[in-house]
Design a protein around this ligand. Structure first.
Ligand code: SAM
Length: 239
């Protein structure tokens, strides 16, 4: 991470932080800095956009170099994600940030969209459905990325489904290596992992178990205990 926040990121974050969603400033900065070595006209694929908090960061990061973000989100209905209304807010947020031309919305389930996808991708961000099966399928999008390209995964080592998918498919993989994380946002790159890269994944297991315990406490309405024991604040699962 750079010591100083770039003014461009600060501007992008000023907008994004006003958009509802699940992305901390440190995570926004990791999304941003991971775009730094991308080629001109880069293609970013984001799976799971919600109201556009992360989308606006990614689009602002690649806009000047002619990049595009494909936002894959079916805008599922329900109390948490909000369906059609969320799509309207997403589109309004992009317009307000003057990023509409930089983002192409693909309003489809990632598992469905992947089957007909054939374009090369330079950067993949996975933050869609967090169950084991969907994450396992979403990892296959990385087949479209070249050596060295970034693959970022949110709720890594916090969601049970996502983490089991990482342990089952990335830990033994010969094609994705783990670099680091900001909270639950983990940065991987396409490339052959070393033993040290694999051990760093194993080293995250205690943090994952801590997060699972926090989640159980929240489900039991014991947020006070989660705060006292683990310093966890607020009603949301750790991310
Ligand atoms: C955690 S939110 C994404 C948050 C967003 N990245 C942000 O910065 O606020 C998850 C999103 O994934 C979407 N989603 C759920 N299942 C999906 C799937 N199979 N493919 C793509 N998106 C999916 C939901 O509609 C929701 O908008």
């Amino acid at each position: 991470m750079p010591d100083q926040i770039s003014p461009q990121f600060a501007d992008a974050w000023e907008f994004a932080s006003g958009v509802s969603g699940w992305l901390t400033e440190a995570q926004g900065e990791l999304l941003w800095t991971s775009t730094e070595r991308l080629p001109e006209d880069a293609l970013v694929v984001e799976i799971g956009s919600h109201q556009g908090r992360s989308t606006t960061v990614l689009a602002a990061a690649v806009q000047a170099s002619g990049g595009q973000v494909v936002a894959v989100d079916p805008f599922v209905d329900g109390r948490l994600f909000g369906g059609r209304k969320t799509r309207d807010i997403f589109e309004a947020n992009l317009a307000a940030a003057q990023l509409t031309d930089t983002v192409e919305l693909l309003p489809e389930y990632s598992t469905v969209a992947r089957k007909s996808w054939s374009r090369p991708i330079d950067y993949l961000y996975i933050d869609g459905k967090h169950d084991y099966w969907t994450l396992s399928d979403d990892l296959k999008w990385s087949e479209h990325l070249p050596e060295g390209a970034p693959v970022l995964i949110h709720d890594c080592y916090s969601s049970i489904g996502v983490t089991l998918g990482i342990l089952a498919h990335v830990l033994p993989s010969r094609r994705l290596r783990y670099e680091r994380r900001a909270g639950s946002l983990a940065l991987f790159r396409v490339g052959k992992p070393s033993v040290a890269d694999r051990l760093r994944i194993v080293g995250e297991i205690p943090w994952w178990l801590r997060n699972v315990v926090v989640k159980v406490l929240l489900r039991l309405r014991l947020g006070v205990v989660a705060k006292a024991l683990f310093g966890h604040r607020g009603p949301y699962d750790p991310y």
